[in-house]
Design a protein. Structure first.
Length: 392
């Protein structure tokens, strides 16, 4: 008699405290929809949906720190994680019990950093496995992900599975030793074979589509049509990226070439900044072309990564992994004070992500700021000679 496989009823837990958590949840949903053994998928934003006013406050603190962009503000925001776990303990337990019971959940995929202890306690009572999905490379997640795990009682920690990427290790360190020494996990609890959970458009390799790419500029402006062979400079600081970083990266890129065929495509979700950059681009002595986008679909971003002659970004976890998956051009990671501060002026996990790109991104990765952006950009793009004219 053939035993039927139990249908999977999955709860994905994510958080608005960081774009990587939301992107990872989207990637997981896409994978699960294609899995015939999955009967249902429910997604919960822990901070926005379950944490009440405390969650809204946490989101605001994190977004404010991201907009400031300095490592000290981000470190302070990350430091509030433990306090949030304490304040939300009862609320999260109650909400999770209700979800597991009402939706008959038999599997939890958690791609955010909070309430790990509470999840494992409730999941134990319901006999539901919990998988922690790292949104940073394992060596970069030693702070916000690792600390709550190593603080767990040993019996709870043994119930946890961690899904992560191949870590950067010391020369004499095995993979098993890395997870055992640094995470206090048995290697049998670690899943690395499935690859990092990038969104579907980033899972299709490095080959650029042989067709024009149409970019919607919004704001009542006509779309831009990039020919199939066009190689723009792409500026993507993320939805929570700082205004100052985006402004500096865009204007610095435009000033590199006095040539209308040198195209800079920038994701600029903030309307006043978008209007400002369009006006300043029109007033520049250089005749470079700016395409400022109010929003960007993941499929469009993946194609831009494939086509660009350079990408200027920040080293968030999902940004780094998606760029590694499809990017064919050098990556310039924007960070102020990278010469004077530890970790190149980044918070610890972003610096770990940069190290990962530096190691595995074949076209190369460098840290830049306003003072050396133009010099580095000209060097990695050979003066931008391969860029073709965009048509309006």
């Amino acid at each position: 008699m053939i035993e039927k496989t139990r249908p999977r009823r999955v709860l994905i837990i994510t958080s608005s405290g960081g774009g990587a958590h939301l992107s990872a949840a989207e990637a997981l949903r896409q994978r699960l929809r294609a899995d015939a053994s999955v009967e249902s998928v429910h997604t919960i934003d822990l901070l926005r949906q379950w944490a009440g006013l405390a969650g809204q406050f946490g989101i605001g603190v994190w977004n404010h720190a991201m907009r400031r962009g300095d490592s000290r503000s981000l470190d302070r925001a990350i430091g509030l994680q433990g306090l949030g776990d304490v304040l939300l303990r009862r609320r999260i337990r109650r909400r999770l019990r209700t979800a597991l019971r009402d939706w008959s959940i038999n599997e939890i995929l958690d791609c955010q950093v909070m309430s790990t202890h509470e999840q494992l306690e409730v999941a134990r009572d319901f006999d539901v496995p919990v998988t922690k999905v790292l949104t940073e490379p394992a060596h970069a997640a030693l702070g916000q992900y690792r600390k709550p795990i190593v603080r767990l009682p040993a019996a709870l920690r043994r119930r946890l599975t961690v899904w992560g990427s191949e870590p950067l290790r010391e020369d004499d360190e095995t993979v098993g030793q890395f997870w055992g020494r640094r995470w206090e996990l048995d290697f049998a609890q670690v899943e690395t074979d499935s690859g990092f959970p990038v969104r579907a458009p980033f899972a299709n390799g490095h080959h650029a589509a042989d067709r024009p790419l149409v970019l919607d500029r919004g704001d009542g402006q006509a779309p831009v049509r990039l020919p199939a062979g066009a190689q723009p400079v792409t500026v993507v600081m993320g939805s929570q990226g700082t205004r100052e970083f985006t402004r500096s990266a865009v204007l610095g890129s435009l000033e590199c070439r006095d040539d209308p065929s040198f195209v800079v495509v920038a994701y600029v979700p903030d309307p006043p900044l978008r209007q400002e950059l369009r006006q300043r681009a029109a007033a520049l002595a250089s005749r470079s072309t700016l395409v400022a986008l109010p929003f960007i679909e993941s499929s469009t971003l993946a194609e831009l990564y494939r086509r660009s002659c350079a990408t200027i970004t920040r080293s968030g976890g999902m940004t780094s992994m998606e760029l590694l998956s499809v990017g064919r051009a050098p990556a310039l990671v924007f960070s102020r004070n990278h010469r004077r501060e530890s970790h190149a002026g980044m918070v610890e996990h972003e610096y770990g992500n940069f190290r990962y790109m530096k190691r595995f991104h074949e076209p190369g990765a460098w840290v830049v700021d306003e003072s050396d952006l133009k010099q580095r950009l000209l060097a990695v793009t050979n003066g931008g000679s391969a860029v073709l004219q965009a048509t309006l």
